[in-house]
Write a protein that binds this ligand. Structure first.
Ligand code: LRH
Length: 487
């Protein structure tokens, strides 16, 4: 059976056809298109209509290659971003991108109205200025008349599903990224929203991952040559789809969904909302088959991506392989940064931001490109170690192995650093965890896969895992002691 996944990631969007046969899934990327935020004056936006156009083009190309074989369609994107629709379902503005700076200071405004711990005990979600809650509050504080016109709030995958089917619905995993969802009541945190004078009437009903939302609208089918197939909400949050596809066989593992962000955590049967998770700023996002993800958002390869862009602006176009090789050749464990320091969220010049952090903390300032990238990669690995330590403390058990999935598995240096910094074996793969999760949750919705365990078995059968054993751990132990001083 064949399914079509759209995965809208930080640099590009892709249409991927998955074929499920004899307990294995194979992938075919039929279309890739840019998904870069657009800066206009002082703001940063999604190009929503262009992306919908690209989704239709991807569908057309999938149909051209596989004809009537495609059984369903599912879309995932990153978390927290949303669109507001007004009368007659028009977009009230281009949806903002979470790296837009208008949310600066908004979280603190929210805490003046509702105490921080109350927000956490209601939602279980980590505090980040990018959360939809603060983005929505920014509308109320900065563009109140626009918010007053809103008739519907749709998270980005929900918006594209609406464009494809005409049905407005919210999917559970993406809804939990908002910090506007109450996992205990299983509904939007309406009381919290009311306390912040935010309208909860515009929020659509929430459906679990693997729900058939509707069928492709006849005009979209006509435009693309597709059949009027079901549109399924997979895990619409990319991280939830990726973690569903972690090829774990044994319990007590740590996963890292590694890409622009590194999502580092464990799967739990219910949210862990207590003083420790509040103090350590952990999050509890919704997962597949009734699970939750207790995790931490770590800034991830964004550090390296932005260094690459900065070098490009200086006239040097370098690919990731070359940059990683330069880092490999640089001296180990000289300078370290906290990857999650606010100065790295969206700096104008990432290498300069890294240098500034090192200078202000009295460390040698990395000079060459290799030194800067090495500093970023080592710091990431040490941050993973910190998350691992804290999770073991919270859960009171040892996590024996680390599964890394996603694009970051291609960075072998980072995988090795992770094994070294944590003193745990690392199993890396699959690269395409998000797409696999998306496709196989569609297969679950169509009763071709029976459980999350079976889904993971299919992933294991469909990819090669690369093993990294820890080496040279004593130098990393010492570096870790220094690193925690910067947090
Ligand atoms: C990763 C991700 C992560 C979010 C962030 C905004 O792509 O979805 O889980 O929190 O993007």
């Amino acid at each position: 059976m064949r399914f079509l996944a759209f995965d809208l990631g930080a640099e590009s969007g892709r249409a991927i056809v998955g074929t499920l046969r004899d307990g294995r899934v194979t992938l075919d990327e039929v279309y890739r298109f840019p998904n870069e935020p657009v800066r206009v004056l002082d703001n940063l936006y999604w190009d929503a209509l262009r992306l919908f156009h690209e989704i239709k083009k991807g569908l057309l190309l999938a149909v051209a290659r596989y004809g009537r074989d495609i059984q369903s369609i599912g879309i995932d994107t990153w978390g927290v971003d949303f669109a507001l629709l007004g009368e007659k379902d028009i977009l009230l503005s281009n949806p903002y991108h979470y790296r837009d700076s208008r949310t600066q200071g908004v979280m603190e405004e929210a805490f003046k109205r509702v105490p921080q711990d109350k927000i956490f005990y209601r939602t279980g979600i980590q505090f980040m200025p990018i959360n939809s809650l603060y983005q929505l509050l920014a509308y109320r504080l900065q563009q109140p008349s626009l918010l007053a016109q809103a008739k519907a709030f749709l998270m980005m995958p929900d918006l594209f599903n609406f464009f494809l089917t005409g049905q407005k619905a919210s999917e559970f995993t993406i809804a939990t990224t908002t910090q506007m969802y109450d996992p205990r009541s299983g509904d939007w945190a309406r009381e919290l929203l009311t306390s912040l004078e935010l309208p909860s009437s515009i929020l659509p009903e929430i459906h679990p991952p693997g729900t058939i939302l509707g069928t492709l609208l006849p005009q979209v089918a006509k435009e693309t040559g597709a059949r009027e197939v079901p549109v399924i909400a997979p895990a619409s949050h990319d991280t939830a789809s990726a973690v569903a596809a972690v090829p774990a066989q044994m319990p007590d593992y740590l996963y890292i969904s590694s890409g622009t962000w590194s999502l580092v955590g464990v799967e739990v049967p219910e949210p862990v909302i207590n003083q420790d998770t509040l103090r350590l700023n952990f999050t509890n996002e919704g997962g597949v088959a009734g699970t939750f993800r207790l995790l931490k958002n770590v800034v991830g390869l964004w550090l390296v991506q932005e260094c690459r862009r900065a070098f490009e602006r200086q006239g040097e176009i370098l690919d990731y392989t070359t940059l990683t090789q330069m880092a490999r050749e640089a001296r180990p464990l000289v300078s370290l940064v906290d990857p999650d320091h606010p100065s790295f969220l969206n700096p104008e010049d990432m290498p300069a931001a890294i240098q500034k952090f090192c200078q202000e903390t009295g460390q040698p300032v990395p000079q060459s490109k290799g030194e800067i990238i090495r500093c970023a990669l080592e710091s990431l690995a040490l941050k993973y170690r910190w998350v691992l330590d804290k999770l073991e403390e919270i859960l009171r058990k040892r996590l024996h192995v680390i599964h890394i999935v996603g694009g970051g598995t291609k960075n072998e240096l980072l995988c090795q650093f992770t094994a070294d910094a944590t003193n745990r074996p690392v199993l890396a793969g699959p690269v395409e965890a998000t797409a696999m999760g998306n496709l196989l949750i569609q297969a679950m919705a169509l009763k071709q896969v029976n459980s999350l365990a079976e889904l993971r078995e299919i992933v294991r059968n469909s990819c090669e895992l690369k093993v990294y054993e820890p080496q040279d751990t004593s130098a990393w132990e010492e570096a870790y002691r220094k690193f925690v001083g910067f947090l």
